[in-house]
Design a protein. Structure first.
Length: 62
């Protein structure tokens, strides 16, 4: 799998918010309590050390 491939079963997430629009595109699979969200990260998602910012990991969409 290459770095830009969307993992099997994920499709574009249809809900939107200002934060999700900024971070996205967001992908989803499953539903209800089994819903998984994902995104392909790049430099805009990084902290000062160049790794994924913890705030991106902590996003909870209700």
């Amino acid at each position: 799998m290459n770095a830009t491939a969307i993992p099997e079963g994920f499709t574009p997430f249809t809900r939107s918010s200002p934060l999700l629009d900024l971070l996205g595109p967001i992908y989803a699979r499953g539903n209800g309590l089994q819903l998984e969200l994902g995104l392909l990260t790049d430099s805009r998602h990084a902290n000062g050390r160049g790794t994924l910012h913890g705030g991106v990991l902590a996003i909870e969409e209700s």
